[in-house]
Design a protein around this ligand. Structure first.
Ligand SMILES: *Cc1c(COP(=O)(O)O)cnc(C)c1O
Length: 390
């Protein structure tokens, strides 16, 4: 066996995003025990930082020891019991995953479908909630499979109006666009570390409201998956002092998350949102200068996930293979009904920079030219620069 040396890559897919040298250095610090008083201080620091990050001062916030899907699983499995009615909005791959999980929890699932590329329609959600009491309304804030953003404030408001608990998937939104648990009055928000937080994958920050915690404490039966049982998790993460062993926290991964949060607060969350928006406008202008079209209408576009339609006569997979081989650049493919139809270009966290936009446009122009399409690379770059300057 030999040591593994990964190739040098620039990550502009749907996640993971580039991890900064600062965060990588934090990951390499010495491992200490997870019950060491110094480590407990780090745990408290991370809980407070997550409350600040999600504007969730009254929520319990902890990072789960597994990727974003674990946050989804924890939210669904803790809130739903067999026979509960769950309304789940599905406008892409991740909404579909939530519906599958809710079915596995034994819930009576009613999906509210919208086309891939469209935001969730609050009117349809309201109609489903008005039909009868639901325990949960779940939806994806930033649908990474399509690049569409839904109106989390309106949807959480509907959950409150009809007495349902809201579950909001913020895996891709957190750090790139505002996520505001208090303003939305959201019950459960979960995220992941490898999208706009630019830490490696493997952790899932989650926030639970007092209402959600009371619902979990009052369950008729135990949560069926032990690792995600919120009551057990809080015996480990909850108390200062009274901490008991539940699992061994991924210690070095938490150093990385901690450092990524230090980096984000140093920049300022507002500044980070503005940066994501600017580089997105720049990328979109550059793509449009080459005659490429975005899937999502401007009003609903996520700055951090740009879905670009593959033009007639272009081999979608060959373009991705070309930019990876020649430019060490990773971009994403379409999922489900969008397979072969789109590319997904991430501008997440450390990958949301003017340099990334220039590299991506240059690499795409090269790949399209290699397939015989006439593209004017200087014009693409000029259109992108004009947005950065403006
Ligand atoms: C990436 C993603 C997930 C899943 O996260 P993993 O870390 O891959 O488990 C869930 N929801 C959305 C919207 C995502 O973008």
């Amino acid at each position: 066996m030999q040591s593994f040396t990964p190739p040098r890559r620039v990550l502009m897919g749907p996640g993971p995003s580039d991890v900064s040298p600062r965060v990588l250095a934090a990951l390499a610090r010495p491992t200490i025990g997870h019950l060491d008083p110094a480590f407990q201080g780090l745990m408290e620091d991370i809980k407070a930082a997550l409350q600040r990050l999600m504007n969730a001062p009254d929520h319990a916030c902890i990072p789960l020891p597994a990727p974003g899907t674990a946050g989804m699983e924890a939210a669904i499995m803790n809130l739903l019991e067999p026979g509960d009615r769950a309304v789940i909005a599905v406008n892409g791959a991740f909404g579909g995953r939530m519906a599958d999980m809710a079915g596995r929890a034994g819930a009576v699932v009613e999906t509210v479908e919208d086309a891939w590329g469209q935001p969730v329609d609050p009117a349809k959600v309201e109609a489903a909630l008005a039909k009868g009491p639901a325990k949960v309304l779940a939806f994806v804030h930033a649908e990474t499979s399509t690049g569409a953003r839904s109106d989390a404030a309106a949807l959480c408001g509907l959950a409150r109006k009809y007495g349902a608990l809201s579950i909001v998937d913020c895996v891709t939104s957190l750090g790139g666009v505002p996520v505001d648990a208090a303003a939305w009055d959201a019950d459960v928000i979960y995220s992941g570390t490898q999208k706009c937080l630019s830490a490696p994958p493997g952790l899932s920050p989650i926030a639970l409201s007092k209402r959600a915690q009371a619902a979990i404490a009052g369950r008729k039966e135990k949560v069926r998956n032990w690792l995600c049982d919120f009551n057990l998790l809080m015996s480990y993460w909850g108390g200062e002092g009274g901490r008991t062993y539940h699992h061994t926290a991924p210690i070095n991964a938490l150093y990385g998350l901690h450092e990524s949060l230090v980096v984000l607060f140093e920049e300022g969350q507002q500044a980070a949102f503005v940066r994501h928006a600017r580089v997105h406008e720049s990328l979109a202008a550059g793509l449009e200068a080459a005659g490429l079209e975005m899937l999502v209408a401007p009003a609903h576009r996520l700055p951090q996930l740009n879905t670009v339609k593959v033009p007639e006569g272009i081999d979608e997979a060959a373009v991705r293979a070309h930019v990876l081989a020649r430019w060490d650049l990773e971009i994403g493919a379409g999922l489900g009904p969008l397979k072969g139809q789109v590319w997904r270009i991430g501008l997440m966290g450390a990958s949301a920079s003017p340099w990334h936009v220039r590299l991506c446009l240059t690499a795409l122009a090269d790949a399209l030219t290699a397939q015989g399409r006439k593209v004017d690379a200087p014009a693409m770059l000029a259109a992108a620069e004009a947005k950065l300057a403006g």
